[in-house]
Every structure is written in C-alpha cells, then in structure tokens.
Design a protein around this ligand. Structure first.
Ligand code: PMP
Length: 437
C-alpha cells in the first residue's frame, strides 16, 4: 500500500492542528505510524487519499450503523440543506426526532437535542445536581462520558489509550465531587454510598462499557445500581451515547430491562452529523429553562441538517429485523476471530454485545478497567498494522470497540476473519510470542 498523499497531508496537518488531529485517538499514537487520510466512504468501506480501500470497523466511532453515505441519509441531508442550514428557531424535524427517541426509549419521556455526547452528559449531570440538590457524582473507571471537567477523572477512550488518568487543566476542586469506582463492582458502590449518605446526586454509567474496549455489565450490576439509587434517592444516568439505538431499539435500558432516570444519547441519533441529546423523566426534564431555571442552550441545537440525518437513520433502523441482523453479523465476526486467535495460539478475550465488539490481547476475564489494562497493547499494535495492511480498518487503540454496521456483508466479515488469521500467523505476531517467552 502506498501512503504518499496521506503522509504529505498529515505533515501539513501537524503544522496547523495539534498532533495533526481534531480528536486525539485518530493520531495513531497508541499503535505507531501515521493515519491514512480518509477521502471518502461508501457502505462498509472507506478509501484514503492514496486510493487504498479498507473495510471499516470504526464507523466514525459509532454513528454509522447504516454504513457510510447511506442513500436515505444523503438524500435527507441534501434536501434539508436546500431548505436552509440553520434558523435558531423551532422546526418540525426536531419534534419528529424527539418523538422517535421518546417512542423507542420509554425512560426518555422528554428529550432536549444538543450537538455532542459531551454536552448531553454534562447537562444531565447539571440537571441531576439541581434536581437532587446534591453535589457528588459517581462514575466508573474506564467509562468515558465526554470531556467536560468533572467527568474527565479516570476516563476511558483516549484518556486510557494515552494513559492520562487525571488531565491537567481540570482543577482538583472540580473532580473532588466525582467519585471513581470500579465497573461491575456493586459492593464498592454500596460501600461508597454508605460513606456519603445524602450527598450523592447521581450515578452515571455506560450500561455497556465501550470505552475501555467492550465490557458488558455483570449480571445484576445495572439492576443493583437502580435499587441503590432508589434507596438513596439519587438519580441513575445511563450514558447511551454509544449504546443508544445500537445494542437494541430501546438501547441498553431496553436490552437489560433497567430504567434510568436520565439518559444521554449521541452518535447513532445523528447518523454521522453532530447531534447529542439528553432526556429522562418529564418531572426532571421540566426543570430546564425555559420551564425551570436550570440552564443549557445551543446556537445549532436541533439543527435542520443534523436532525434530518438522525431521523433518516432511526427510520431505517425501525424496520423489522435490523437488530437481529446486527447480532448475526456481530456473532459471525466474534466466532471467526475467536477461532483465528485459538488456532494461532494467541491468548485473547473476546467481548461483544450485538454489533459492539473487542478482542482484548489478554487472558481475561475482562470485567473492568484493571483487567482491561492488562492487555498486551504492543501485540494489539502489531495486529492493528497487520490488519490495516490487509485492508481492514480497526480502531487505532486496544481500548475501543469495533463497530459492525448493517452495511457489512457476510463476505466483508469473512474477509476480515481471513485477514485476522493471516495477521496472527504472520512473522510480525510470531516474533511477539517469542519475545514473551
Ligand atoms: N459518552 C460516551 C459513552 C462516548 O462514547 C462518547 C464519545 N465517544 C461521549 C460520551 C462523548 O461524545 P462526543 O464525542 O460526541 O462529545
């Protein structure tokens, strides 16, 4: 594969953009090398500035559940743009998107549209604190909820990839109100709750953790959080920015049958355009201005083009069988990869919920941050580059999910498994095994 154009563009990028990227993990820091510059995408594939073609499992980090440039999304966006790009006034499409979300996700009785997942979780916390009149927030190590100050402590995603547990620029006083506990450890949450009785405003959790690699909730974990929140009259906030409309039509709340008080969405609900949303119980949501006096606003919130992409995406997901299809494709990939790792004798732990999957280079089990971080990230980096050379575009970090979309065909998945077998058997990986011994 030639990368001359990508290398040239990335050199220019580094002169004018910190690290050459507008979001840190894209820079390939954890796996080495320089990223291909993506020129276009179609279905399950992306094409770089040198014309190389890849089967894509990043999918813009989650939004593209229908694949790239899906015709329904492209035509909805084009038609919306022709009618005007932004008004800063109410439009009918935002009502339609809100109806689709509240219709699918019963815990979201009302929703407010914003522009990113970060805004959604940040505002959900503000609302929870205002409603409970308490200050302390519980989050879990390895969960990522966007980059607002009080949520940056021990975050997953780029913070985990780049090993930045407590990033500078966030005053200690801000994160002093954020308790970070181990994921899947209900006893730890109960102990903490006892020690801070009457102080905890909310527990925020990714109901399927997907920012330390995919870590499914242990049996009873989400139910336990629900009961505990009820007991201490704190709010349970599900961050469904990745899982919303991804793991099931009703998100993780629907899949596991646990109802949060508040929820944050992003990614899929914007179909690849900048959209987030927070929602929840109507009595809590009605504390927001202009009904109440908790404040949040946005020049581009409910933007017509972004809203059109979200509606087109969710309407396409609404047809029967989509989630069964995602499950089938996810399972085929998981089973093929599991077999590839086993026959190569490379220790791995595969975790998956529907179309979200991670192959950890670790003996496992992987249940939380401490066990995820034991992965052999150097081996992952070698695997990643072996796959990239064979035209498979995975996340450039061990601690991220692979996103399977409806556009991935059976033969895309078979090709991916063949590439994995070849990569795992290649000299590059073999060398690593000798080193380990
Ligand atoms: N919450 C979760 C679970 C996420 O995965 C992300 C982004 N990956 C966010 C929040 C933040 O969303 P955004 O990048 O749109 O601000």
């Amino acid at each position: 594969m030639r990368h001359t154009n990508s290398a040239r563009i990335f050199r220019a990028a580094k002169k004018v953009i910190p690290g050459g990227v507008n979001s840190p993990v894209r820079a390939f820091g954890a796996v080495g090398g320089t990223p291909p510059i993506i020129a276009r995408g179609h279905g399950a594939r992306v094409y770089d500035a040198d014309g190389n073609e890849y089967i894509d499992y990043v999918g813009s980090w989650g939004p593209l559940i229908l694949g790239h440039a899906h015709p329904a999304v492209v035509s909805a966006v084009t038609a919306a743009a022709k009618r005007g790009t932004s008004f800063g006034a109410p439009i009918e499409a935002e009502v339609r998107l809100a109806e689709l979300i509240t219709g699918a996700y019963s815990a979201a009785e009302k929703v407010r549209l914003v522009n990113s997942g970060t805004e959604a979780t940040m505002t959900a916390l503000r609302l929870a604190r205002a409603f409970t009149k308490r200050d302390v927030i519980v989050k879990f190590a390895g969960c990522y909820h966007g980059h607002s100050d009080c949520l940056l402590a021990k975050g997953g995603s780029g913070l985990m990839t780049l090993a930045i547990p407590s990033p500078p620029g966030v005053p200690k006083a801000f994160t002093a109100l954020t308790a970070v506990l181990p994921y899947n450890d209900l006893a730890a949450v109960e102990r903490f709750a006892k020690s801070r009785r009457g102080k905890i405003a909310a527990i925020i959790v990714e109901p399927v953790a997907a920012n330390m690699g995919v870590v499914p909730p242990a049996k009873g974990f989400l139910e336990g959080l629900r009961k505990l929140c009820d007991r201490m009259r704190a709010l349970l906030i599900f961050d469904e920015v990745i899982t919303g409309f991804r793991v099931a039509w009703g998100g993780a709340a629907g899949l596991y049958g646990v109802r949060p008080d508040l929820v944050a969405f992003g990614k899929v609900i914007g179909g690849g355009l900048p959209v987030g949303a927070y929602g929840g119980r109507a009595d809590i949501m009605d504390l927001m201005a202009p009904v109440g006096d908790v404040y949040q606003a946005g020049t581009l919130s409910g933007n017509p083009i972004a809203t059109a992409a979200g509606i087109a995406t969710i309407e396409a997901l609404e047809r029967r069988g989509t989630y069964a299809e995602l499950e089938r494709k996810g399972r085929a990939l998981e089973e093929g990869l599991r077999e590839a790792f086993a026959s190569a004798g490379v220790p791995a732990t595969l975790t998956r919920v529907g179309s979200l999957m991670t192959a950890f280079f670790a003996k496992g089990p992987v249940t939380d941050y401490a066990s995820a971080v034991k992965s052999d990230t150097k081996a992952y980096a070698r695997f990643f580059h072996g796959m990239l050379e064979r035209g498979i575009y995975l996340a450039p970090s061990q601690f991220e999910a692979a996103f399977v979309s409806l556009a991935h065909t059976n033969s895309d998945i078979e090709d991916t498994i063949v590439a994995a077998r070849e990569t795992l058997a290649s000299r590059r990986m073999k060398g690593a095994q000798h080193e380990r011994r």
